[in-house]
Design a protein around this ligand. Structure first.
Ligand SMILES: [Zn+2]
Length: 770
């Protein structure tokens, strides 16, 4: 119930508009002129590539040899670099990412460490490793084989050009190298091998294995942020032709289309691949039995697999004799995308049931929200305990127990990681942002579309990120351990929440609450289409989202991307008003009732029943003021009423008699983030009404606002954010009147609870192993 009903004289109604009392902090709606680069002919104010927009191109021809006996990669590459800028270039920069594992790597020096009373072997292994995994650059030459002067600067290499590379010109040069492949399971890494000791086999998931061109553009010049391990990659587009020489019984998956199927696959396998194109279920290309056979037999010769990829920013591959292979075709308009998985038996039964179906679902759903997936294949490769993405191929964890059971966490972790890593084809492999600078531009956008994709998997999908309420624990955390989203990758606190969870949530809030699905989806698609196969910056994203939707979002970017403010809107105060009808008969009756229902002081209550008051003993002491004069309607009252009514026109009289209820509500913004106020009123007849107030209600101040709502019905309760849209960190202050809910706590006796088993094992579903 509402407590304080007040009658108002009608004149109060002139001030129903919202007002604020604090005007000192109203720059939350200031445009982002200082924060964003000035628009120019390369990148326009609308967020699109401008008339002078250009990007460099790097084409690669590579011969790569995987040495399974020594676990090393040997390679030779011919890079053709096209200078599309208007700048003459006298040197080129390449990335030598494997040098992060060189013995003199600075990554080890700058990583901070502590030891507790307990420390795991793997923790110490990673800290104490003296593994030498750096690139051994053997030769850098021009196209004719003449040495080129080059300088290695940690994870980068400068190649000095004998002749200036003019605008529009091309230069071709060669690099020869080798390096030791890291044991991923022991010392970690996005790339590396897993060793299966009991059968003496290796499973390789290989990337960053070749010297790669850095990006040169008008925003940074040559990329000059070293690879320290976290901030990922910044890469130009180009065409790749790669020959991979591996043990002859290995199955190989890679970026691009296989060029020599007839020399590496059996005719039966090629037929099956053809069949898979139009099948509605994944088709086995290499069966579990065939993989098991290869694992045991261990052939000793080699085979060379050749792949070609057009317009990609990188190249990755996987190779093992342990691989089972299945495939299905997904039709997107006039194209068919081959969605394929490779996994060892250790991935089953999860992988044969889900991997390829998840790729297909991801490709379809992402295409709907962005653009049709433009590449011919999409791979998911089983690589225990990681998730890592490359064009057309990604390495994903999700491994069941040895008895074939798995927890719900393992299942959805696997579906989630495959959706996420396949989704990375769109961000950043095609919408090619600078990962070294901005993790959120690929991880955040990708996690957002991942959420949309998982939402179409099942109604009960256990989302980890996306819904606003999921980010609340992070948003209300210690502000000295939180950074704004607009922070360089290496300096971000709480990487997952900052660069994945918060931006994904912010986009979801834009879509569901601030812009609405229609405006948001149009603008988001516009951004994706504008920047596919190009290099967008944060400003290009912010500007396009506003430009294509007609919604000023500077306040939203400012709050969500440039600050660590959180949303905590509280319902501070509610005052109930009704219009004074001016009719003395009605008003005096109401006054009397109100007076009688008022709370009384305990002294008065006791006195009323125990004291024989003097004026009752001596009635001659009573006068006019001891009577009921306040609530008695006099003739003068009636006349005054008639006179007042004569001055009112019909509309005014109607309002006076409407019985309308007014609620003056005070909202406080305790978190600093400006957000819409979403209110649900419940009336005494239990009907409800939703009111959505845009964030601009805070435009003149940010600490408190008042607003008056009016209804014919009486309000029983008010709730802020009833559909959990705003990531409000304290929902206790969202109710009027305040609501208390019970927490149920469990009693227990020590012991007896069977921990450590997943629900499938408890249900007796594990297969017996000998
Ligand atoms: Zn990711």
């Amino acid at each position: 119930m509402i407590k304080n009903l007040t009658s108002i004289a009608l004149m109060i109604l002139v001030s129903v508009s919202a007002f604020s009392q604090d005007n000192t902090n109203n720059n939350k709606f200031k445009q982002l002129y200082q924060e964003l680069p000035t628009p120019n002919a390369y990148r326009t104010a609308s967020g699109a590539p401008g008339p002078w927009y250009y990007q460099q191109q790097a084409d690669y021809k590579m011969n790569i040899e995987l040495d399974d006996a020594k676990q090393l990669i040997k390679g030779e590459e011919t890079i053709t670099y096209t200078n599309n800028s208007k700048d003459p270039l006298t040197y080129l920069w390449l990335q030598l990412d494997q040098n992060v594992r060189a013995q003199d790597s600075e990554t080890k020096l700058i990583s901070t460490q502590t030891l507790g009373k307990r420390s795991s072997f793997s923790h110490l292994n990673r800290m104490m490793t003296d593994f030498d995994g750096g690139f051994k650059i053997e030769k850098v030459t021009d196209a004719s084989g003449k040495d080129l002067s080059h300088t290695i600067n940690k994870t980068m290499m400068r190649v000095d050009l004998p002749n200036t590379l003019k605008p529009g010109g091309k230069v071709t040069f060669k690099v020869k190298w080798w390096y030791n492949i890291n044991n991923r399971m022991e010392i970690g890494g996005r790339s590396g091998y897993e060793y299966f000791e009991e059968e003496d086999n290796y499973l390789y998931t290989i990337a960053q294995f070749f010297p790669r061109m850095c990006v040169y553009n008008e925003t940074e010049g040559w990329q000059n942020k070293q690879f320290l391990g976290r901030g990922e990659f910044t890469l130009p587009f180009g065409n790749y032709e790669v020959s991979l020489t591996v043990p002859e019984d290995h199955q190989v998956a890679a970026t691009g289309e296989l060029q020599n199927a007839s020399s590496v696959l059996t005719s039966e396998q090629r037929d099956l691949l053809n069949k898979a194109k139009t099948s509605d279920k994944p088709v086995m290309i290499v069966t579990p039995d065939e993989a098991l056979e290869a694992e045991k037999e261990k052939k000793t010769g080699t085979k060379t697999w050749t792949f070609k990829a057009t317009n990609v920013r990188d190249f990755g591959f996987a190779s093992s004799r342990k691989f089972i292979w299945d495939a299905i075709g997904v039709k997107l308009n006039d194209k068919t995308v081959m969605c394929m998985s490779m996994y060892p038996k250790e991935g089953n039964p999860l992988w044969e049931q889900y991997s390829t179906e998840v790729i297909a679902h991801t490709i379809r759903t992402y295409s709907k929200y962005t653009f049709d997936y433009p590449y011919p294949v999409a791979w998911s490769i089983h690589a225990n305990s990681i998730g890592m993405e490359y064009p057309m191929i990604c390495f994903n964890g999700g491994r069941p127990e040895k008895d074939g059971t798995y927890s719900e966490g393992t299942k959805y972790g696997m579906i989630g990681v495959i959706t996420h890593e396949v989704g990375h084809n769109f961000f950043p492999m095609i919408v090619n942002s600078d990962e070294r600078q901005w993790t959120w531009m690929d991880e955040g956008l990708n996690t957002f579309v991942q959420y949309l994709t998982q939402s179409e998997w099942s109604a009960h999908y256990p989302h980890r990120r996306g819904p606003a309420a999921k980010i609340v624990p992070y948003m209300k955390g210690d502000k000295s351990r939180i950074s704004p989203i607009m922070t360089n990758s290496e300096s971000v606190w709480q990487f997952g929440n900052n660069a994945y969870g918060k931006p994904a949530t912010a986009l979801n809030i834009l879509r569901e609450t601030i812009m609405g699905r229609e405006l948001f989806d149009y603008a988001f698609k516009e951004y994706c289409v504008r920047w596919k196969f190009k290099h967008p910056t944060p400003a290009d994203f912010f500007r396009t989202m506003e430009d294509a939707s007609g919604v000023d979002l500077d306040w939203f970017w400012r709050g969500w991307f440039y600050t660590t403010d959180h949303c905590d809107i509280s319902l501070e105060e509610v005052n109930w008003f009704q219009i004074n009808s001016m009719n003395p008969k009605e008003e005096k009756k109401i006054s009397k009732e109100q007076n009688e229902s008022k709370r009384k002081f305990i002294g008065q209550i006791r006195n009323d029943t125990t004291i024989n008051f003097l004026i009752d003993q001596k009635p001659e002491l009573k006068d006019f003021y001891d009577g009921d004069y306040k609530y008695t309607v006099t003739e003068m009252d009636e006349k005054a009423y008639e006179k007042k009514m004569d001055k009112l026109d019909e509309k005014e009289k109607e309002l006076l008699g409407s019985g309308m209820n007014f609620y003056q509500v005070k909202f406080n913004n305790n978190g600093g983030l400006v957000m819409p106020i979403i209110l649900e009123f419940t009336f005494t007849d239990n009907s409800k009404k939703l009111v959505r107030i845009p964030a601009e209600i805070w435009r003149q101040g940010t600490e408190e606002v008042w607003k008056v709502f009016y209804f014919e019905k009486e309000v029983k309760g008010i709730e802020i954010d009833p559909f959990l849209e705003t990531a409000d960190v304290d929902t206790d202050n969202n109710y009027w009147p305040r609501v208390v809910r019970p927490t149920r706590f469990q009693m227990y006796k020590s012991g007896g609870y069977n921990r450590g088993q997943n629900p499938m094992q408890k249900a007796g579903m594990g297969k017996k192993t000998e």
